[in-house]
Design a binder for this molecule. Structure first.
Ligand code: NAD
Length: 692
C-alpha cells in the first residue's frame, strides 16, 4: 500500500510511499484522501500528521503520469489539497526531506508544517516552462511574503528549510526526527483554531514598488520564455485579489503555458535528457565497472579540460605526455583555470591545491598501468592513435576501459589496434571540456555493454549529459553541423553576407551564428577537414568561400581576422571589406547574380539541413531516438532551448511544410544538397513527427 496510517497518542500518522521521489500518483492521491477521511471519522484521533516515507517528503507530480489522463483522474492534486484544507482536525505536515512542486503545494494546504533543517523546499515548475498549478503561486506569497515568493517561484530554485524558519510557511524547523517532532507538536494543538494559508494576507512593506522592480527584472532574464512573467502575474494576483480570484489567474496562466511551444520544448528536453541515458539493450542488470583512477594521454586543449572534470569529482588522474615542455604547459593551463575560478570565488582557498594534488603528471605510459579508465586526447591522426592504443593495450590492466576522444576517426579501426576491442569506447568531449555539458559516447561494433554502462555512470559523476552515438564520420553532432555549414557557405555564394547569416541565426536563438562561431573555433580546422573530404568524398560539394578565406590567412580570432576583422583586445566582430571583396569575386566567378535572401530562408536552409541529416542518422541507427539528437544540439551546439532542438523544431513547423520547403530549395542553387532523407519523406507522408 502506498499510504498507511499508524496511531500514536491520538495522532494519526499518515505516511505515503511511492519511490523514487514520492510523486503524487493516482494511488497515493487516493490513499491520502481515504486516510484523511478515515482519521476525521475516527473519534479517537485528535490530529493528523502526514509525512513522506523514505528520505524525502515529495518530489511533486508523478512524472510517469505526465501527458496521461491519470494525472487528472479524481482525486487529482486539487482534490487532495481540498480534503486537507477541509479537515476538521489539525493536519501537520512532517517535511522530512525535499518538498518540491506539488509536494510543497500539498504541504501548504495543511494547517501546520514541521520541517527538518536541511529539507529543501521549492516550486521548480518554471524550469519546465509552466507555473505551480495547485495553488503554489497563491499560498507561497501568503506564507513567506511577496519578495521571497517571487524569488523562489521565478527562479525555481529550492531553498533550505533553515532559511525559511520564522515565516508562516514553517511552524517548526528542527534537527532530528521530524515525524516524532510533528506528533509532539500535533498533540498540543487546539482544534478550534485551525489557520489556513489561504486565509492570510500577502505581506510586503512596499508592494507596488517591489512589483514594478520585479517586473523589470523578470522581463530582463526571461528572454523568449513566457513562464517567468506568468508566474509573476499569478503572484501579483495573490496580493491584489481574494484567494479564489488569484487561483483563477493561476489556472489561466497554467493552461496557456502548458500548451505553449516553449513549455513543450522544455519538457521535451527534460525527458529527453533522462531518456538519453537509457540504452535499449543495456538493462539494469548490467553492472558498471568501478572507476577509481583515470589516465589521460595528451595534455593539450582537450586532455587538460577532460582531466579537470575528474579532478573536480575527486577522482585521481594521471596525465601522460610525450615531452616535458608539453606536460608543463598542460599543467600550467589547468592550474591557471583553477586559479581563475578561485579569484572569482568559485573555488574556496585550498581547493586549487587539493585538486592539483589529485593530478599526477608523467612522461611514461607505464604510469597508466593501474588506471581503471584511460582517455586518449592526442593529435587527430590515425597513425598517432595507433601508436597510443598499441601501447595502452600492452600496459593497461585487464578490464581497464580504453577511450578515445577522437572527433572524426573510425572508432572501430582504433579498437582494432588493441586485442580488447570490447573495452574500447569513444568519449567525445566538447571544447572547453571542463565547461561543455555534452559527452558523445561512441559505441563501437564490439564495445561491451558494461563498458557502455560504466561510461554513462561516470558521465553522471562528472556532471556531463551523455548521448550514445554509433560509429560514423562526425558522430551525431559534427556530422549534422557539416550540412548546416555547407548551406551557410552556399548562401554566401548566392549573395548573403556573413553578417546577415549570423544575425538571422542569432535572432532564431543561437548564441552565435556559424561565421562568428568559425572565427572563434578557428577556420583552419574546417579547412583541414574539407581537404580530407575532397579526397575521401569528392561527391560532397562545398562553397569555395571558406577555403578562399583560409587561403587569405583569415583563420579567425586567434590571428585577428577571419570572416570578420578583430582589433587587439576586442572580441567584437567587425565587417571586413577584404572578405566582402573575396565573396563578391567568388559569386562572379560562379556566374551567379547576387540575390537578396530573406532571413526566413536562411534559417530554414540551415535548420532543415540539420534535421534532414538528423533523419538519416536515425535511419541508420547512429542515434537511437530523435530526442538524443536534440539533446546533442541543446547541450553541445547552443541550439536555443526554447525551440527544443532541431528535430523537435521541425516537428513544430510540420514535416509536410519542411518537405515542401526542401523541394523548393532543391530547384535552386546547389539543389542536389536537398535530397530528402527517406525517413523524413515517410513521416511527412503519414502526418507523423520525429518526437511526437
Ligand atoms: P592538442 O594538439 O591541443 O593536444 C594534443 C596533445 O597530445 C599535445 O599536447 C601533444 O603533445 C600530445 N600528444 C601527441 N602524441 C602523443 C603521444 N603519443 N603520447 C602522449 N601525448 C601525445 O589537440 P586537442 O585539440 O586537445 O585534440 C586532441 C583530440 O581531441 C583529437 O583527437 C581531437 O580531434 C579531439 N577533439 C578536439 C576538440 C577541440 O575542439 N579541440 C574537440 C573534441 C575532440
Amino acid at each position: 500500500m502506498p499510504v498507511h496510517t499508524n496511531f500514536e497518542d491520538g495522532v494519526a500518522v499518515v505516511t505515503f510511499d511511492h519511490p523514487p521521489v514520492n510523486g503524487f500518483g493516482l494511488a497515493v492521491r487516493r490513499g491520502l484522501v481515504d486516510a484523511i477521511n478515515a482519521s476525521i471519522e475516527d473519534t479517537t484521533v485528535k490530529a493528523i500528521v502526514i509525512s513522506g516515507g523514505g528520505a524525502m517528503f515529495s518530489g511533486g507530480a508523478d512524472i510517469t503520469e505526465f501527458n496521461t489522463p491519470r494525472a487528472e483522474q479524481a482525486p487529482n492534486l486539487h482534490d487532495v489539497i481540498a480534503a486537507i484544507e477541509a479537515s476538521s482536525k489539525p493536519v501537520v505536515m512532517a517535511i522530512n526531506g525535499t518538498a518540491l512542486g506539488g509536494g510543497l503545494e500539498v504541504a501548504m494546504a495543511a494547517h501546520y508544517r514541521v520541517a527538518a533543517r536541511d529539507a529543501l523546499l521549492g516550486l521548480p515548475e518554471v524550469k519546465i516552462g509552466i507555473l505551480p498549478g495547485a495553488g503554489g503561486t497563491q499560498r507561497l506569497p501568503r506564507a513567506v511574503g511577496l519578495e521571497a515568493a517571487v524569488n523562489m517561484i521565478v527562479s525555481g530554485e529550492p531553498v533550505p528549510a533553515a532559511q525559511l524558519a520564522g515565516t508562516r510557511l514553517l511552524d517548526q524547523v528542527i534537527d532530528g526526527d521530524v515525524v516524532a517532532a510533528a506528533v509532539d507538536f500535533a498533540g498540543t494543538l487546539d482544534k478550534d483554531k485551525l489557520p489556513l494559508l489561504r486565509q492570510l494576507e500577502v505581506e510586503h512593506a512596499n508592494a507596488e514598488a517591489f512589483l514594478d522592480f520585479a517586473r523589470n527584472g523578470v522581463a530582463a532574464v526571461a528572454g523568449a520564455f513566457p513562464a517567468p512573467m506568468k508566474c509573476l502575474d499569478a503572484i501579483e494576483a495573490s496580493f491584489r485579489k481574494p484567494f479564489d480570484e488569484g487561483m483563477a489567474v493561476e489556472r489561466a496562466g497554467f493552461i496557456s503555458l502548458v500548451s505553449s511551444t516553449e513549455s513543450k520544448a522544455l519538457r521535451h528536453a527534460f525527458f529527453g535528457e533522462r531518456a538519453a541515458s537509457k540504452i535499449a539493450d543495456v538493462g539494469k542488470d548490467v553492472q558498471p565497472r568501478a572507476i577509481k583512477t583515470v589516465g589521460i594521454v595528451g595534455a593539450g586543449t582537450m586532455g587538460g579540460g577532460i582531466a579537470m572534470n575528474f579532478l573536480n569529482a575527486g577522482i585521481p588522474v594521471t596525465i601522460v605526455e610525450t615531452r616535458q615542455d608539453a606536460l608543463e604547459r598542460g599543467l600550467a593551463t589547468i592550474r591557471g583555470n583553477y586559479e581563475n575560478s578561485a579569484r572569482k570565488g568559485k573555488l574556496k582557498p585550498g581547493q586549487v591545491e587539493q585538486r592539483m594534488g589529485l593530478l599526477t603528471p608523467s612522461l611514461s605510459f607505464d604510469d597508466l598501468k593501474e588506471a581503471d579508465l584511460v582517455i586518449e586526447a592526442v593529435f587527430e591522426e590515425l597513425g598517432v592513435k595507433e601508436s597510443v592504443f598499441r601501447q595502452l593495450d600492452a600496459i593497461a590492466r585487464p578490464g581497464a576501459i580504453l577511450a578515445s576522444n577522437t572527433s572524426t576517426l573510425d572508432l572501430d579501426r582504433i579498437a582494432a589496434f588493441t586485442r580488447r576491442a570490447e573495452d574500447v569506447v569513444g568519449m567525445h568531449f566538447f571544447s572547453p571540456a571542463n565547461v561543455m555539458k555534452l559527452l558523445e559516447v561512441v559505441r563501437g561494433a564490439k564495445t561491451a555493454k558494461d563498458v557502455l554502462a560504466t561510461v554513462l555512470a561516470i558521465a553522471r559523476t562528472i556532471r556531463k549529459t551523455a548521448v550514445v552515438s554509433g560509429v560514423c564520420d562526425g558522430f551525431i553532432g559534427n556530422r549534422m553541423i557539416e550540412q548546416y555549414g555547407r548551406q551557410a557557405g552556399f548562401l554566401l555564394d548566392e549573395g548573403a553576407t556573413p553578417q546577415q547569416v549570423d544575425k538571422a541565426m542569432e535572432n532564431f536563438g543561437f548564441a552565435m551564428g556559424p561565421f562568428r562561431m568559425g572565427d572563434l573555433a578557428g577556420n583552419d580546422i574546417g579547412w583541414a577537414i574539407r581537404k580530407r573530404r575532397h579526397v575521401e568524398k569528392p561527391e560532397m560539394i562545398y562553397s569555395k568561400s571558406a577555403d578562399l578565406i583560409c587561403e587569405a590567412g583569415r583563420f579567425g580570432q586567434k590571428v585577428g581576422k577571419g570572416w570578420y576583422d578583430y582589433r587587439p583586445g576586442d572580441r567584437t566582430a567587425y565587417a571586413s571589406d577584404e572578405v566582402a571583396a573575396i565573396l563578391e569575386a567568388n559569386t562572379r566567378d560562379l556566374g551567379l547574380a547576387r540575390r537578396r535572401i530573406s532571413d526566413e530562408e536562411i534559417v530554414q536552409r540551415l535548420i532543415f539541413a540539420l534535421a534532414n541529416e538528423g533523419a538519416r542518422i536515425l535511419e541508420e541507427g547512429i542515434a537511437a531516438k530523435a530526442s538524443d539528437i536534440d539533446i546533442v544540439y541543446l547541450t553541445g551546439y547552443g541550439f536555443p532551448l526554447w525551440r527544443g532542438g532541431p528535430m523537435f523544431h521541425v516537428d513544430q513547423v510540420g514535416l509536410y511544410n519542411v518537405l515542401a520547403a526542401m523541394r523548393r530549395f532543391a530547384r535552386g542553387y546547389q539543389g542536389a544538397s536537398w535530397e530528402p532523407a527517406p525517413l523524413l519523406v515517410e513521416l511527412a507522408g503519414q502526418g507523423k513527427s520525429f518526437t511526437g
